[in-house]
Design a protein around this ligand. Structure first.
Ligand code: AMP
Ligand code: MG
Length: 396
């Protein structure tokens, strides 16, 4: 049997990321730009707010007059232009979002007013601030509002809309195909016969890819059969940028993926890392097409997608952001039997900001992850983490 050289997870990740190549750019419509990476800086064509704007429904007046009875001389709706200038002891009834009229430097909230005569009001309670949003206080015309490399979130969408950038330049998405190998697999809609199990990995991987903004293609279940596997892989390599294969990458007699990839002249760059779950992970490349062989156990494929495939695909999407980690104290002592691998453990977070390792039975126990808030990393060489010590958690 061929012996595999184990490398550390960090070495594996570094090696894999060296191959990630952004995919060019295109213009995306604002309504389909969520999760895409901006490929250009975006500047504002207007100031925000574009005029001194009332933050409240109320009465616009001079601050120096707020102790006096005020004569209402105009009503200003949002979207209309004030006609009159506010003079001494005068005010305009004003709506939220309307232009503050010339002469006024204060808005008294409607709730703080008493009517004291026909078209006459008196302020009965003073606010601490003017209730005016000032011209350009958020953004000035010409300001850069979003940077190239930012991932478009719902807040970014709001800004793009506000500055009229309806077709932002974004990085292209890689095409991703997913399939599972295994003679024991049936589709989730079937009742598994004796010795069979449902294919959960393909759907889980598709969901993980979709969460990133990718629309993956599902290629089905491929039996543990060399010729069939070769056929599917060969055509997938011609068609897709990234292929995610579940199962068939470890050392069993029917784990044909590495052998077939070699036959297809795929360069295997990583096969095996000192990591649990996911020790047998495989990464190969061939002329700008990339293959991840994810071990079939559901937690292995789930975790390895989060920690390895995700950063790779993100880089292919042009994203420059790194993974986020939380550094929080452990709620209880954590002890493991062996320390030769980096270990990923499902954890929950408490309201006190502490980390609780979950009951976890190993790499088939995907159900544990339905309740997990994050993945805790126990580094190679570490056997115990004591209660109160800081744990590194990747939020889910
Ligand atoms: P393998 O990596 O092919 O040796 O599979 C390891 C374990 O994961 C076996 O117990 C398989 O039955 C299970 N497994 C493989 N593929 C899947 C899948 N697509 N969905 C759920 N479990 C799987
Ligand atoms: Mg298998």
């Amino acid at each position: 049997m061929e012996t595999k050289t184990m490398i550390s997870f960090d070495e594996g990740l570094k090696k894999i990321l060296e191959f990630a190549i952004p995919q060019g750019t295109e213009r995306a419509n604002l309504s389909h730009a969520l999760n895409r990476t901006l490929a250009e800086d975006v500047f504002s064509d207007i100031s925000m707010p574009p005029f001194n704007k009332s933050a409240m429904d109320g009465y616009a007046c001079r601050k120096s007059d707020i102790k006096n009875a005020l004569q209402v001389i105009e009503e200003i709706q949002a979207g209309s232009i004030p006609i009159k200038i506010i003079g001494e002891n005068q005010c305009a009834r004003i709506m939220t979002g309307a232009m503050v009229p010339e002469g006024a430097d204060w808005v008294i909230m409607k709730e703080h007013i008493e009517e004291v005569g026909p078209n006459q009001v008196l302020c009965v309670r003073e606010s601490l601030s003017s209730n005016i949003c000032y011209l350009g206080e958020d953004v000035k015309a010409g300001d850069m509002v979003i940077r190239k490399g930012d991932v478009i979130s719902p807040a970014h969408i709001a800004i793009l809309a506000s500055v009229g950038c309806v077709n932002p330049l974004v990085c292209n998405l890689p095409t991703v195909a997913i399939f599972s190998t295994g003679d024991e697999l049936v589709e989730p809609g079937e009742i598994p016969g004796m010795s069979k199990i449902r294919n959960s990995n393909s759907y889980q991987l598709m969901a993980q890819a979709q969460q990133m903004g990718i629309s993956p293609e599902y290629l089905g279940i491929v039996p543990d059969h060399e010729i069939l596997l070769k056929e599917v892989l060969k055509s997938a390599l011609e068609k897709y940028d990234v292929i995610l294969i579940s199962g068939g990458v470890s050392v069993g007699d029917f784990d044909f993926v590495p052998k077939i990839l070699k036959q297809l002249d795929v360069n295997i760059r990583v096969h095996g890392m000192d990591v649990k779950p996911g020790k047998h992970l495989l990464f190969g490349e061939q002329g700008g097409h990339f293959v991840f062989g994810l071990p079939g156990n559901p937690v292995s494929s789930f975790v390895q997608f989060e920690v390895l495939v995700k950063p790779f695909v993100r880089a292919m999407m042009g994203k420059t952001t790194d993974d986020t980690f939380l550094y929080l104290p452990l709620e209880v002592d954590y002890i493991r039997k062996k320390n030769d691998q980096l270990f990923f453990v499902p954890v929950t977070l408490t309201a006190n900001g502490t980390v609780v390792p979950m009951e976890y039975h190993g790499s088939a126990h995907i159900h544990a992850y339905t309740m997990a808030h994050g993945i805790m990393e126990i580094p190679q060489g570490v056997l115990t983490i004591s209660k109160g010590d800081i744990a590194c958690v990747r939020p889910l």
